[in-house]
Design a protein around this ligand. Structure first.
Ligand SMILES: [Fe+2]
Ligand SMILES: [Fe+2]
Length: 225
């Protein structure tokens, strides 16, 4: 394999590993959000259905990246919450990990719930902008399967921030605060300018031994069967 093709393969591995992590993180975190929304807005069936659809889409996206790796015959690179946009955002705003989010507090304190809606909205808007950049990237578009995956992600993305944006508008809440927009911008820059290149250059980076969804629904820290 020539150097250009080695670098290309590496770039795809890094990109797909980051996406696979974020898609998995997305749908598993939305289970917590849905839980909160069912308590906070029990009569708003339409909003609940939109979030359930959002969750289902993120799960589909995750499966597409998993299949891409399976076709390549490789496992994704081992990555941690450092590459997770939503992980960093939750940490920044709520000062805790997603797993430790106090759903009860979020449900009982309107401001906290609104904050959570804004974080999801900003994360998804960022996701859309990023996919638009990827769709113009000739290297990424040169892989037909990857091209198709990102076209599907692009098609789905508006449904991932509009429900939260509309909910905030319906309740007359600010759709985003300057400091939250600033946090989103900084997190994105750290991921693109530091995390992604560092992963690309880290040739000793191990690969995952199990798929992240193998432990879905099990208590944290459970080893895959
Ligand atoms: Fe997604
Ligand atoms: Fe999304």
């Amino acid at each position: 394999m020539g150097i250009a093709s080695t670098l290309r393969t590496r770039y795809f591995d890094v990109l797909a590993s980051i996406y696979l992590y974020n898609e998995h993180r997305g749908y598993t975190s939305l289970d917590r959000v849905l839980e909160a929304v069912r308590v906070r807005c029990p009569d708003d069936q339409a909003f609940q259905a939109e979030i359930a659809k959002h969750r289902a889409d993120e799960r589909t996206h995750y499966v597409m990246f998993r299949r891409w790796f399976e076709r390549q015959g490789r496992m994704p690179l081992e990555v941690d919450s450092g590459v997770g946009h939503i992980d960093r955002f939750i940490q920044w705003v709520f000062r805790c990990r997603i797993e430790d989010l106090d759903t009860h507090r979020i449900v009982t304190q309107p401001q906290e719930f609104e904050r959570l809606c804004r974080i999801i909205m900003l994360t998804e808007q960022r996701g859309l902008k990023q996919v638009e950049i990827i769709l113009k990237n000739r290297l990424i578009m040169s892989d037909p399967v990857m091209k198709r995956i990102f076209e599907i992600v692009h098609r789905d993305e508006p449904d991932h921030f509009l429900p939260y944006q509309r909910w905030l508008n319906r309740h007359g809440r600010a759709t985003a605060r300057w400091n939250e927009r600033m946090a989103d911008w900084c997190i994105h820059k750290v991921l693109m300018l530091y995390k992604l290149p560092a992963l690309f250059l880290d040739m000793r980076r191990a690969r995952m031994e199990h798929w992240p969804d193998e432990t879905d629904g099990l208590p944290e820290g459970t080893a895959p069967a």
